[in-house]
Write a protein that binds this ligand. Sequence first.
Ligand code: BES
Ligand code: MN
Ligand code: ZN
Length: 498
Amino acid sequence: MDFAIKVATPEKQRGACAVVGVFETRKMTESAKALDKIAQGHLKNILASGDMDGKASTSLLLHNIPGTLFKRILLIGLGKEQEFKEKIFLAAIGATLAALQKTAVTDAMLFLSDFPLKTRDNAWKVSQTVIAAANHQYRFDQLKSKPETEISNLKKLTLCLDNRAESVACEEALQRGLAIAHGMCLTKDLGNLAPNICTPAYLAKQAKDLAKSHKLKVTVLEEKDMEKLGMGSLLSVAQGSEQPAKLIVLEYYGLSKKDNPIVLVGKGVTFDTGGISLKPAAEMDEMKFDMSGAASVLGTLQAVAEIKLPVNVVGIIPATENMPSGKATKPGDVVTSLSGQTIEVLNTDAEGRLILCDALTYAERYNPKVVIDIATLTGACVIALGNFTTGLLSNDDKLAQALLAAGEHTGDRAWQLPLWDEYQDLLRSNFADIANIGGRAAGTITAACFLSRFTKKYRWAHLDIAGTAWKSGKEKGSTGRPVPLLTQFLIDQSKSTD
Ligand code: BES
Ligand code: MN
Ligand code: ZN
């Protein structure tokens, strides 16, 4: 879908459909009033008839309103004026897209200034609208023999502003929103792909394609390279699988190469059976999404490259399957990580941390400004925070605050959990330097404690996206999160001076 920004009021415009807001109860917004004026009270009369009172998320499609130059006018309910907040704004955008989808309209004009958010500027509204529209139109039908219908006819959405003051900022917000939407689309596609297709080798190929199309540097380490380096922990997860593991490294330079990069490390378990500590059968298919961290790193790098953001970013993706087999790691095995620390693998299903720890040690060679890992790491995080909120743990409060703020800004929110020393004792092992699990209590925190043993040399944050990376049930599918949070964080970093 195409998007455009236009400084315009509705009475002078011509088109297939104008989208204007109505507050409860039947209170017209400025653009609705402007249209009503040239229609000589026609809209007011229709509202008075009781067909639409302005309740949030409702809509009413009108045809051939006299005096106006639009074929249709779509009234969108905005709820009570005093209660109009971000959530209702997004619901109004959703209602607009749903209503337009049912029509033949290919080209609509949305009067954004009608949506008077006190705490957000028009640039915010523009990027959120673009992201919402792209998500609304997203379909994953590449594995169906015939694509399913019910695709929207909408080809172009023009976002109208009532004054010129913010138009430059809005143009930039449009480009950035589009880049985030494209990044989310890549992340979703990779997550949704079947695990017999999206293997470690497939992820490596995707990284190479991305490098080619967006001028990034790509390196793929093979198992023999990892052996030479001493990545015994990562390899211990891969050894039960027929699919060779890959360590994928992508480098994007928007600044001089001398500038220390921000490193993103994404968990790329393309299927997690649990290994010898086998998972139960129910919903095991969803463990194809266990590479969502990796997919979000690729999506974010694509977004950053598309924006040409002045910041250096390195993406590191340890990619493997976690399978049971005669060669698989057993509970009780002791492995040596790249850092030299030995690990007792008490549960082979706690494999994410085993591949991340070697990738995190590998990150040291980039002298990173900060390192952020993104992982579908613990079921405990879903229990703690549910499906709306990403878990955040960090050894640096300033970094944590910056990530929380980026999540808040984009509606892709995270919540911080403590990483206090008390929890470290739970990882004690009688036989190695550290155990890979810490028992049932505080599972998300002990997982992060494990990672923290490998991140002492730099500022680091961990995002546990186990609850937010995909949806289950009827709407099963990848969400594309946390590409908005990460991209916004990098945008913010590109502006900050420290
Ligand atoms: N990939 C899973 C985490 C997961 C589970 C994400 C369910 C989303 C939904 C991870 O590898 C895992 O299996 N973690 C174990 C850790 C435990 C053995 C300490 C878990 O959460 O059960
Ligand atoms: Mn697991
Ligand atoms: Zn896993």
